[in-house]
Design a protein around this ligand. Structure first.
Ligand SMILES: NC(=O)c1ccc[n+]([C@@H]2O[C@H](COP(=O)([O-])OP(=O)(O)OC[C@H]3O[C@@H](n4cnc5c(N)ncnc54)[C@H](OP(=O)(O)O)[C@@H]3O)[C@@H](O)[C@H]2O)c1
Length: 289
């Protein structure tokens, strides 16, 4: 389990990933440089972007500004993604060149397939391009996003390199617990997108009740819950004070009862109810340690 904001989780290819990150979807390119710089200077070390977000240039400038201000490139973990209309072996190789150029960095830490394709073999062809990018060293780790069990199995069975990460929506109201379990058992780290339910968690009464005990906001409780499940949350905010709030997670601990209550919020999901029993093992001695 993460003990502080600089802790990292191991990936299945020997690299490590920060335990919490900063999302950039919806941040316009013109604002990205300043917001990303601010986020890194406030302690974020993972920045999540995508060609689809149309802000890679601004994100790259923000990262370079932080490096110029003294943060080591090695400490910053940069994620980008190939979009739906860039899928296929050659198309992906070209899409990567465009993202690489826009970001303007020496390497990208993690490159993801943003969404699975429904076309036969297109995920595999795209994956082959990602494997070669990893071989080239311009991408350190490769992974997927929004892949279900079947789509992951196809890659696991037919490819040379396993995905290191599956980026999925994960928050107490949408735990994706079954898929998270599958990823965990295959040594694939889950990055949790929309960890605040795109802002909705702040209205959740159970989160507010637990938060009151620790003088924490519902958003902080949701993020702590993710971290305690070894999911890497990537909250997005355009506000400096929320950037700080969303990192103030390491001066309190959720109890087993808190986790049981939080795991029960997603009533749609059988596995999340089952998690009540499994939870202790996951919280005490991180499952990845
Ligand atoms: N792979 C994918 O398909 C995929 C899909 C969606 C998202 N993502 C990634 O995941 C990141 C995060 O997901 P998201 O942007 O959908 O949602 P989110 O991080 O769950 O929520 C962001 C929303 O919550 C608000 N917020 C942030 N901190 C808050 C706080 N402490 N208290 C109250 N409200 C707060 C933000 O408003 P303000 O900005 O006004 O503070 C924003 O409206 C994205 O930025 C993107 O990088 C990936």
């Amino acid at each position: 389990m993460l003990k502080n904001v600089m802790d990292r989780l191991p990936l299945n290819d020997g690299y490590t990933i920060p335990g919490i990150g900063f999302g950039t979807s919806g941040i316009p390119d013109r604002d990205a440089e300043e917001l990303i710089f601010m986020a890194i200077m406030r302690g974020y070390r993972l920045i999540d972007t995508a060609s689809w977000y149309k802000n890679e240039e601004g994100v790259g400038r923000g990262i370079k500004k932080a490096i110029n201000a003294g943060i080591s490139r090695e400490d910053i973990f940069v994620v980008s993604k190939v979009w739906k209309d860039e899928m296929g072996y050659h198309e992906t190789a070209e899409a990567f060149e465009r993202s690489y150029e826009r970001l303007g960095l020496d390497y990208i830490d993690l490159y993801l397939i943003h969404w699975p394709s429904s076309k036969e073999r297109e995920n595999l062809e795209t994956w082959r391009a990602l494997e070669e990018l990893k071989d080239s060293g311009r991408v350190r780790s490769i992974g997927v996003s929004n892949f279900n069990r079947g789509e992951l199995n196809e890659i696991l069975k037919e490819s040379r390199v396993k995905p290191s990460v599956n980026q999925l929506p994960v928050n107490p109201e949408n735990s994706n617990a079954d898929l998270d379990d599958f990823c965990y058992s295959n040594n694939i780290v889950v990055m949790g997108y929309s960890p605040l339910g795109a802002g909705k968690v702040n209205k959740d009464k159970k989160l507010a009740t637990i938060g009151n005990k620790y003088y924490k906001s519902p958003a902080q409780i949701a993020l702590k819950w993710s971290i305690d499940r070894d999911v890497v949350p990537i909250p997005k905010t355009s506000h400096a004070e929320r950037m700080v709030e969303n990192l103030e997670l390491f001066d309190f601990e959720l109890t087993e009862e808190d986790m049981e209550l939080l795991n029960s919020i997603d009533q749609q999901n059988d596995s999340s109810r089952k998690r009540k029993d499994d939870n202790q093992g996951r919280r005490h001695g991180s499952r990845r340690s």
